[in-house]
Design a protein around this ligand. Structure first.
Ligand code: FE2
Length: 242
């Protein structure tokens, strides 16, 4: 495995999963060093800051998720068509995501967000997420989608379980935990599906391994740090005005 700039290349398809797991570990370390992460995790953190940050994270998910879904279905449609079960597994995982923009909207509204705020254009970080997924899913090797989907699926249960801990110790609105409580467990199963799909695809498709890693490297430039930092910045502003 070689790193050239931010591009990772592997010559052996067996290296793909260990490589992507290591990359996720490194991305998590970066998340843990951010201002928003340290700010939310601090025992002295204002509970209102968590609720407000989550409100704007939910707005972000509501903004970009439909684009992620469309880009992913396009990528699956462009896949090599030699393995029916492989395509079924890709579709199954995505079908279980299709209502999640609506779920994020429900929690956004439960936290005091308004319909008018929900209908504002995607923020710049959300535009970057949507555009990157569309570029990877629609215009690059279709296996690139597995790189961005791996970040979504493998990072979300880790972040969700840590956010659950913060919610438990603060006065967070229990009715606005639908998205986090579902994803703390569902995305563990989805990570297994994606890992299995990657393992089987790279074994039969030359070029897929490097495409998966390229998708990861590109998506890590825009997610999750800019999205969460942006939500935290708005939350700090709201807390200062309260
Ligand atoms: Fe998922």
């Amino acid at each position: 495995m070689n790193d050239v700039g931010t591009h990772t290349f592997t010559t052996a398809h067996e290296d793909t999963l260990p490589t992507i797991e290591k990359k996720l570990h490194d991305l998590l370390l970066k998340v843990e060093s951010t201002e928003f992460y340290r700010g939310l995790m601090s025992p002295e953190a204002n509970p209102a800051l968590l609720a407000s940050t989550m409100k704007w994270v939910y707005k972000s998910i509501h903004s970009y998720q439909p684009h992620v879904t469309e880009a992913t279905f396009t990528a699956v449609g462009r896949m090599p068509k030699h393995d029916e079960q492989l395509i079924k597994d890709m579709i199954l995982q995505q079908v279980e995501e299709v209502e999640h923009a609506d779920m994020a909207l429900r929690d956004f509204l439960r936290l005091g967000g308004t319909e008018a705020e929900a209908s504002t254009p995607p923020s710049p970080p959300c535009m970057a997420v949507a555009a990157m997924c569309r570029m990877l899913g629609e215009h690059q090797h279709p296996a690139c989608y597995l790189g961005f989907m791996y970040i979504f699926e493998a990072l979300t249960p880790i972040m969700s379980s840590r956010v659950q801990m913060l919610m438990d110790r603060s006065r967070y609105n229990a009715a606005a935990r639908e998205f986090i409580d579902l994803h703390a467990t569902e995305d563990i199963r989805h990570t297994d599906i994606i890992s299995n799909v990657i393992r089987r695809l790279v074994a039969i498709e030359p070029g897929a391994a490097n495409a998966v890693l390229h998708g990861f490297d590109c998506f890590a430039q825009v997610y999750p740090i800019p999205v969460w930092q942006s939500a935290f910045d708005i939350a700090k502003l709201e807390a200062s005005l309260a």
